[in-house]
Design a protein around this ligand. Sequence first.
Ligand SMILES: Cc1cc2nc3c(=O)[nH]c(=O)nc-3n(C[C@H](O)[C@H](O)[C@H](O)COP(=O)(O)OP(=O)(O)OC[C@H]3O[C@@H](n4cnc5c(N)ncnc54)[C@H](O)[C@@H]3O)c2cc1C
Length: 416
Amino acid sequence: MRYSGLKVITEGLFGNKGWKPAWRDAAPKAEYDAIIIGGGGHGLSTAYYLAKNHGMTNIAVLEKGYLGSGNIGRNTTIVRANYYMPGNSEFYSHSLKLWEGLEAELNYNVMHSQRGQLILAHSDGQRDTLARRGNAMINQGDDAELWTLDQVKEFAPYLDYAQTRFPIYGGLMHKRGGTARHDAVAWGYARGADQRGVDLIQNCEVTGIDIENGVVKGVQTTRGAIRAKKVGMVVAGRSSQVAAMAGMRLPIESHVLQAFVTEGLKPVIDSIISFGMGHFYISQSDKGGLVFGGDLDFYASYAARGNLPMVEHVMEAAMTLMPMIGRAKVLRSWGGIMDMSVDGSPIIDKTHIDGLFVDAGWNYGGFKAVPASGWCMAHLMATGESHEVARRFRLDRFRTGHVMDEEGTGSQHNLH
Ligand SMILES: Cc1cc2nc3c(=O)[nH]c(=O)nc-3n(C[C@H](O)[C@H](O)[C@H](O)COP(=O)(O)OP(=O)(O)OC[C@H]3O[C@@H](n4cnc5c(N)ncnc54)[C@H](O)[C@@H]3O)c2cc1C
């Protein structure tokens, strides 16, 4: 079924009885050409591009819960291409270009809104660093503007310009940055993959990986054994656990990251604002809620919920930056399990086991990576070669020392 404005109107007129499920509820077959473990954003986009770009349709996505139940439906939805380091820079640039055509590509409204991201500078040194980051972004072909204090004041009059502890000196505006509706991205890719014949199998947890003589043969699941010539581990916060099924120890720790949303308010914040002196960023959803987040809870955990000290820390940062937020009521908060790599950059690579691939280490920035990660993982699984924009996301860089130490969220790289 093709979605369109006309379809919405005609369905509305006739009682909305003609809508069909967006994907089939597939049962597992005994064998596939390829299996993707994990039905999050990255797993679904990998399946979609395997089918679309490489013509591989005898594939299955195995998801232990329901599609979109992981971090793809828990993040704060920020999409940007403002990374500094070679490797990350070209990858996220490619991803943003894919985002810009995604709704037309998927025939699905993912509510991608390029409302701009402004990172604030609170010292001369920080402004210099933002200038350097902006130059790197422009060199990569993306957009960046170094804004003066007056420009920032005009754009975001609700910030506290009178405070002396963290005075605002200016900022870096990335106008093509923005937000998207997170779970719609999973649903859009799921629908697109299903239309191309991919089996999306929910409530199917992978419990073991079958390997014979160094070659992957398939997986064990809660719905039986499934054979496959190629297996991709795309399980974000569970990467270490799934890799352990293949006897691998990844350079990844799982940590909790929390997010918060307030009651719906009239439009007040029409972009994304990132505080330069603490890990705090905020935007406003289309429903009116202020959506914001901060730092990790800083302990390894598989519990998808956080603790109060980080709640307090995030609220303090919010009040420092924009005291008006103290009048808003926080409605909900939640946590997600982040696959934190040692250098803050991802891994898209083969493993030492023939036919077994890994896509992991997305830290707290993997939502924006969903299109390019799927694109590059599909390329790797189909051709056996790394895609050119993901060439540096090698697993062995932690052994050889070619790490890419980039936080990518604040004003200063190399401070991960
Ligand atoms: C609070 C929060 C805020 C964030 N904000 C942003 C942001 O603003 N911008 C940004 O770019 N990124 C952000 N992120 C990060 C981003 O959400 C993640 O990096 C990204 O979603 C991870 O990839 P994924 O979508 O594939 O993960 P997931 O959706 O977690 O997918 C992994 C899937 O694997 C499944 N799985 C695990 N083990 C198994 C198994 N054994 N068998 C079968 N299935 C299995 C899980 O159930 C899950 O559905 C944020 C994350 C959080 C938690």
